[in-house]
Structures are given as C-alpha cells and as structure tokens.
Ligand binder design. Sequence first.
Ligand code: NI
Length: 177
Amino acid sequence: MAVRPVVVWPDDRLRQPSVAIGAIDASVRALYQDLVDSMYAENGLGIAALQLGDNRRMFIVEPRLAGRDETELPVAFINPEVIESSDEQQDSEEGCLSFPEIYIKVKRPLRTKVRAMGIDGVVFEIEGEGLLARCLLHELDHLSGKLLVDFVGPLKRTMIKKKLTKLKGAEAEDAEA
Ligand code: NI
C-alpha cells in the first residue's frame, strides 16, 4: 500500500528470472496495490513487479489503455503468456519507468493476444493493437528480464548508461542538499 521507488537500469534486479504466482493471497494483493500506487506516482502506462524489485510474474496496465473505463483500477496480468502475435509490425519510440527520459525505437507486432489471471483470480484474454500491443509486449519482456537497451547497439547502450548514471548522481545530490 505504498509508492515504492522504481528500479532504474543498470540494476541487476531487472534481470532476475521471475517466478509464477500460485494463489492470489494477501501478499499478492499488497504487491498489486504497490504497483498501482507506484505506476500512478510516475505517470506510467504500465509497470512490472520486477521494476519494484519483486520477481513475481505480474504486471499492470493503466485501465483506459487496456480498454476499460478510466474510473476502474489498473488491470493486473498475473502469470501472463502470449497466445498469438501478428506478423504485421509497428515501429515507434518506447519509454520505460526504469529508463527515465530515454526513448528507443522498437519494432514489435502490431497486434497481440495475451492470456493472464486477474487480481480476482479469474483467467482472461485480451487482444491489443497498436499502443496496447506494444505495452503488453513491453511488460512481458520485463518478466523475462528483457529491457529497452537490448534493442540497441553497444554504443547507444553506453550513452544511455552514462545518462542514467548522471541522472542518479544528480538525484543523490538533490537529496543531500
Ligand atoms: Ni518498462
């Protein structure tokens, strides 16, 4: 029930293998609430548990993007899997809460279908196109430790590392001031 700091790359916790969730118990519901609070605090469209340093297989997506009413809570995807993806691709810039101020062009399928369990324990399927497909596939990547920097070459990766390390240093100085 709290906003937790988002883990920023390069941090090894983003590369942990994630583990399947069994029953939806109080600790899973608490993790869901922390994801909701932390995503809204950062104005994100989605966030994976690994980004809070928790290696359980769950991510959430902002309700409007997931096709729900904006007054609803974010949609939880527990133990999600891709059922199918289109051959047709989309290619646009992508951001990530673990890469503040970084945007990278990523080619992804235009449409995808994902099956997951909701926070109510009910299994559901969702079909996404465009931004929703991009968001679902981005969050699924997180669960297997795949990150935005895996889509760029070594030179750009070094640049991003420098920028994020500098950003982290600036934040530490602000905190001390
Ligand atoms: Ni991300």
